[in-house]
Ligand binder design. Structure first.
Ligand SMILES: C[S@@+](CC[C@H](N)C(=O)[O-])C[C@H]1O[C@@H](n2cnc3c(N)ncnc32)[C@H](O)[C@@H]1O
Length: 209
């Protein structure tokens, strides 16, 4: 069940404000240097689309939530590179094996049903030498905050489209056979209320072996 009409509308209203407050720069860093055929998983309303550059020849953008998918289709028409928006789930990507140069997860691994399965699927569809880019809020390094995140995750996913605050996407990547080429950790945004969602990671992970 991937229809979240209230969350979809709230997220679409709030995401541009977060972009203005600094998230847009993180999106640019997420996508910098990508080329070829890119698969973006759970694209939401399409907040990354303005940040793809000309070396990217096509973006296949997957979005299971119908209202967000319609927003993404509108955003795709304004993008500087060709973007095709389709339905589909991270855990069973509708894409041939070894056909994609880069897979992008942007604030999505918190929400998918099974992050390890999603990353294993990303690994399956990557061409040899391909990469997975990740931009996610993560489990806190501070034990007290991590405990609060676990408590919050008893109800937060029910009001936030499945989002969990206490996930560790790099551990999920390792479990899927993907290891870091580079990792940047940073806090965003400031403010006490944002504490459970503040610690972020930007990373590039690649297939081991
Ligand atoms: C917080 S929004 C992020 C949207 C967008 N990636 C961004 O950076 O603004 C989380 C997104 O993950 C999508 N999502 C949730 N579960 C998913 C799944 N199993 N497969 C693919 N996308 C999923 C939601 O529909 C939503 O668009």
């Amino acid at each position: 069940m991937h229809s979240h009409p209230l969350f979809a509308r709230a997220y679409s209203a709030l995401a541009p404000r977060a972009d203005d407050a600094g998230a847009a720069e993180h999106r640019q860093s997420l996508l910098a240097g990508l080329r070829g055929r890119v698969l973006e998983v759970g694209c939401g309303p399409g907040g990354n689309f303005p940040h793809y550059r000309g070396e990217v020849i096509q973006v296949l953008a997957l979005e299971p939530e119908p209202w967000l998918r319609a927003r993404a289709a509108t955003a795709a028409r304004q993008a500087g590179v060709p973007v095709a928006v389709v339905g589909g789930l991270a855990e069973s990507l509708p894409v041939a094996s070894a056909s994609i140069d880069a897979v992008v997860f942007s604030l999505v691994l918190c929400s998918v049903t099974d992050p390890v399965a999603a990353l294993a699927e990303a690994r399956r569809v990557l061409r040899p030498g391909g990469q997975v880019r990740i931009y996610e809020h993560v489990r806190s390094a501070a034990p007290r905050v991590a405990g609060a995140q676990r408590a919050l995750d008893r109800f937060w996913p029910h009001v936030a489209g499945g989002c969990h605050t206490s996930r560790d996407p790099l551990a999920s990547a390792a479990a899927a056979g993907l290891s870091p080429a580079w990792v940047r950790r940073f806090d965003f945004p400031p403010g006490r209320l944002a504490r459970p969602l503040r610690e972020h990671v930007l990373a590039c992970v690649v297939a081991e072996g």
